[in-house]
Design a protein around this ligand. Structure first.
Ligand code: AMP
Ligand code: MG
Length: 486
């Protein structure tokens, strides 16, 4: 077990050429206090959880004292925001403190979000607000435990410092932990600013540390691109399967290792509305839930462009052409599993599509409907789930086909239920749940953050004592607007 001042740092990114970043020290917030601490992430760093009780903990992660061994820096990157290239980006309110190596030989980036201004802050104040830190803390943890690659968070340090957004809010910092903070936008920057040597250096760094399986091949950059295409396609399928909407799928928010990255105005679907737009600043619906798979491909196109000096055009095009097949295979298999179907039978595709259609027409709850499906018994002609559908006749007709399909494969209720409950979560981070934790925290009570963290740790378990956290959102919680400003 490491203590805070004995974390084993190996700051690899800081050893890269200095033009890739600016060295900046964090600037602390007034009257810091510990809002949330995640022992699971502490374990990743070999940190003794007792360290959270020590006064230094808040000093280190509230930006008041440099963590021994760290080498804070703001990364430079650019990216496409809402389809438009922006050359002015970079870490404007977050710093890479350094990379910690644990006893298993894993390396984890520590990134302090909200740590103050940097040369890339443009007009921003360099701060993050308590509200958005809580959303990221819980959202990233929820995704991780749903089995989806994601950044995570060690802690939130709050403060009494007011930060101006649409209204005044409380400033806070979040310690994000990730395999890397390199984004698609890092490579885009080096390509568009015509720095081919540095581009190659950074691509080599990425391959060495994050795609070692590509390092030895004849075409290492091509192999790396093929792999990030594959990972991104799988990630998009996973997002769709759990009803996750990212909200700001700009290329500066896309991780080069294919993990879910940068939690802003994200949201999980409540009612199944395929055109759901969680970011209320996204007037065109560019990042609507049902657009995500094609935006993933769009972003990979931007990345391909950035790699065009390193990889043959034909290789890039062929890799991009493979995206759709990987996405569709993962998505259809996932839906198949969510319906509890085994093997492939004629008519399966229609059965799946018609269920989604039924959900959309009834505005039924995405998560609850799939979870409820797992509890059906073959003998039930009119299951309780039926009442969630406005179109009862439509449900009955579909249900008859579904039963027939299950009978045809000799499906066993208990066995099928176990399989389905392992892929259809009971608990997701509904917007209103996050909002409840935020409202309490803004009033000084942080307990709901910890309650949610614990529930979301086991999203597939029944946890009957927390059943009400799986309920439909209350009227006030249905269409909460989440803006980009965080
Ligand atoms: P985001 O929408 O959080 O992905 O941020 C987009 C860009 O704006 C990134 O370069 C951020 O570093 C920068 N940025 C966002 N908020 C702030 C802020 N409050 N102060 C300075 N820079 C910011
Ligand atoms: Mg961002």
């Amino acid at each position: 077990m490491a203590s805070l001042d004995s974390l084993h740092f190996d700051n690899r990114f800081a050893r890269l050429p200095a033009s890739l970043y600016s060295r900046v020290q964090p600037r602390g917030l007034a009257r810091p206090r510990l809002v949330a601490f995640n022992p699971d992430v502490a374990a990743l760093l070999d940190l003794d959880p007792a360290c959270a009780q020590q006064p230094e903990f808040i000093e280190y992660f509230g930006g008041h004292r440099p963590l021994p061994g760290s080498a804070p820096l703001a990364m430079k990157y650019t990216g496409h925001q809402f389809g438009v290239y922006n050359p002015e980006l970079g870490d404007g309110r977050g710093l890479l403190l350094g990379e910690v190596v644990n006893s298993r030989g894993e390396t984890w980036d520590l990134h302090l979000k909200g740590a103050g201004q940097t040369p890339y802050s443009r007009f921003g104040d360099g701060r993050a607000v308590l509200r958005s830190c809580i959303r990221e803390y819980l959202g990233s943890e929820a995704m991780h435990h749903l089995g989806i690659a994601s950044t995570r968070a060690l802690c939130i340090v709050g403060s009494e410092e007011p930060v101006q957004r649409e209204k005044f809010e409380l400033g806070a910092m979040l310690l994000r932990v990730a395999d890397t903070h390199i984004r698609f936008g890092h490579l885009e920057w080096l390509y568009h600013s015509r720095q081919p040597e540095l581009l190659r250096t950074l691509a080599d760094f990425i391959i060495t540390y994050h795609f070692p399986e590509c390092a030895a091949g004849q075409d290492r950059y091509g192999d790396f691109f093929r792999e990030i295409v594959r990972r991104t396609a799988c990630l998009m399928a996973q997002w769709q399967l759990v009803g996750f909407a990212h909200g700001v799928m700009n290329t500066d928010n896309f991780s080069i290792t294919g993990a879910t990255f940068d939690y802003g105005p994200f949201g999980f679907l409540d009612a199944y509305e395929p055109g759901f737009v969680c970011n209320h600043s996204d007037h065109q619906g560019r990042y609507a839930w049902n657009q995500q798979p094609s935006v993933g491909l769009w972003n990979l196109n931007a990345l391909a462009h950035a790699l065009s000096d390193l990889v043959e055009r034909d290789v890039l095009v062929e890799a991009l052409q493979g995206y759709q097949a990987v996405f569709l295979a993962a998505y259809s298999q996932g839906l198949h599993d969510k319906l509890g179907l085994r093997g492939e039978q004629p008519g399966d595709r229609e059965l799946v599509v018609d269920f989604l259609d039924l959900l959309a027409r009834s505005g039924a709850d995405y998560t609850r409907s799939f979870r409820g499906l797992g509890g059906l018994r073959l003998e039930d002609e009119k299951p309780a789930l039926r009442d969630d559908f406005v179109d009862r006749d439509g449900f009955d007709a579909w249900h008859a086909r579904y039963r027939q399909r299950l009978v045809a494969e000799n499906s066993d209720d208990r066995e099928r239920a176990a399989r389905m409950q392992a892929v259809n979560p009971k608990y997701i981070l509904r917007n209103y749940l996050a909002q409840t934790a935020i409202d309490k925290a803004e009033a000084g009570d942080y307990s709901e953050i910890e309650t949610l963290r614990r529930i979301l740790r086991e999203p597939f378990a029944e946890q009957p004592e927390f059943g009400h956290y799986a309920a439909l959102p209350p009227e006030w919680g249905r269409h909460l607007e989440i803006s980009c400003s965080s």
